[in-house]
Design a protein around this ligand. Structure first.
Ligand code: MLT
Length: 302
C-alpha cells in the first residue's frame, strides 16, 4: 500500500478519501507522495521513495518545481477547486471598498458602551456613506478559473466588465465566459476601469506588472484588488498611489509591510481560499490526482 505524508493538515473529506485508499505516514522519508497546502518545500530534502507532490491549491510558488522535475517527481495542483471561494472574497472586497462597512462597524464597537449608541450612530452615519458598484466598470486581468467567475458574477451584479488575458481571444471569452464581457488589451483595462482585479499566476513576466507605470494609466480614484499573489503588485508604488489618492482603495489578500498600515488599504491575511468547501474541494482533487498517478500513471493538472 502506498504511503502518503501530509505536510499540512488536510480537510476531513480529503483525509477520508486518503485513508480509505492509502496509509497516512508520519515518516516523510518513506512517503510515496506528499500532500501540501501552504508549507514551503524549497529547503526540503527529497525523500528517496517520493513519486508525487500534490498541492491543495492553485499556486505552486511554495514548491521547487525544477528540483522535483530533476528528481522525476510529478507535481500536481488543483486549479479551479477553490475558485468560487476566491471569487466570493473578491466580491466582498469590492463591496468593502465601496461601502465603509469597516469604518462603520469599528465606530459601533468603539461606542458600544454608550447607552444611547443607537441615536449616536444615526448622527455618525454620514461619515460612512459610500457608493454603489451597479453600473461601474470592472477590469479583470486574467480570465482563468477565478477571473471567469469574478467576471460573470460582476455582470450579474450589474457591472460592466472589461477583461484582458494574453492567453485568450475574443471568441473564446464570449463563448466560455460571457458574450457581454468586453475583451480588451491591458492599457484599455487599466484606463477605463473603476475597479480592477488581477487573477494571474506569479511568473517572471507577471512579477511587478502593477507598477508605477501601470498605476499611472489607471483612472483617478480607482479601486484595485489583488487576491492572486503579492509579487504581482509593486507595493511601494501602490503605497504612493494610496497616499496621493490616485488609488482610492487597495484591497489585498497579502499583508505587505508597505501597505498594511495605510488608511486606504484593506489588507486580508490570505483568506481567499479559506472556506470549508474550498479546503474540501482542493484536498479531494489533490488526493484524486495522487491516486490517478500512483495507480495508473495518469497526470492530471501536472
Ligand atoms: C491558491 O494558490 O490556491 C490560493 O492562493 C489559496 C491558498 O493557497 O491559500
Amino acid at each position: 500500500m502506498y504511503k502518503i505524508y501530509c505536510l499540512n493538515n488536510i480537510s476531513p473529506e480529503g483525509l477520508a478519501l486518503l485513508t480509505d485508499n492509502y496509509e497516512v505516514t508520519e515518516n516523510i522519508d518513506e512517503a510515496d507522495a506528499i500532500l501540501v497546502r501552504s508549507a514551503d518545500m524549497h529547503e526540503m530534502e527529497v525523500p528517496a521513495n517520493l513519486k508525487a507532490v500534490a498541492r491543495a491549491g492553485a499556486g505552486v510558488n511554495n514548491i521547487p518545481l525544477d528540483k522535483f522535475a530533476e528528481a522525476g517527481i510529478a507535481v500536481f495542483n488543483t486549479p479551479g477547486a477553490n475558485a468560487n471561494a476566491v471569487k466570493e472574497l473578491v466580491l466582498a472586497g469590492m463591496l468593502l471598498a465601496s461601502r465603509d462597512i469597516i469604518g462603520g462597524v469599528a465606530w459601533v464597537r468603539d461606542n458600544a458602551d454608550d447607552e444611547n449608541v443607537g441615536k449616536a450612530a444615526e448622527k455618525a452615519k454620514k461619515q460612512f456613506a459610500g457608493g454603489e458598484i451597479l453600473g461601474k466598470t470592472l477590469g479583470v486581468i486574467g480570465l482563468g478559473a477565478i477571473g471567469k467567475l469574478v467576471a460573470q458574477s460582476a455582470e450579474a451584479l450589474g457591472m460592466k466588465v472589461i477583461g484582458y488575458d494574453p492567453a485568450m481571444d475574443e471568441i473564446t471569452v464570449h463563448e466560455q465566459i460571457s458574450p457581454t464581457v468586453e475583451f480588451a488589451d491591458l492599457p484599455k483595462v487599466l484606463k477605463e476601469s473603476d475597479f480592477i482585479t488581477i487573477h494571474v499566476p506569479a511568473l517572471p513576466a507577471t512579477k511587478g506588472m502593477i507598477n508605477a507605470d501601470a498605476i499611472a494609466q489607471m483612472k483617478d480614484g480607482v479601486v484595485f484588488l489583488n487576491f492572486s499573489r503579492d509579487v504581482l503588485v509593486d507595493d511601494a508604488a501602490m503605497a504612493e498611489a494610496l497616499e496621493s489618492g490616485k488609488v482610492a482603495a487597495y484591497v489585498t489578500d497579502f499583508a505587505n509591510p508597505a501597505v498594511v498600515k495605510m488608511e486606504r488599504a484593506i489588507v486580508i491575511p490570505h483568506l481567499g481560499a479559506s472556506t470549508a468547501e474550498a479546503e474540501d474541494n482542493c484536498a479531494k482533487m489533490a488526493v484524486e490526482e495522487v491516486m490517478a498517478y500512483l495507480e495508473r500513471g495518469e497526470k492530471i493538472h501536472c
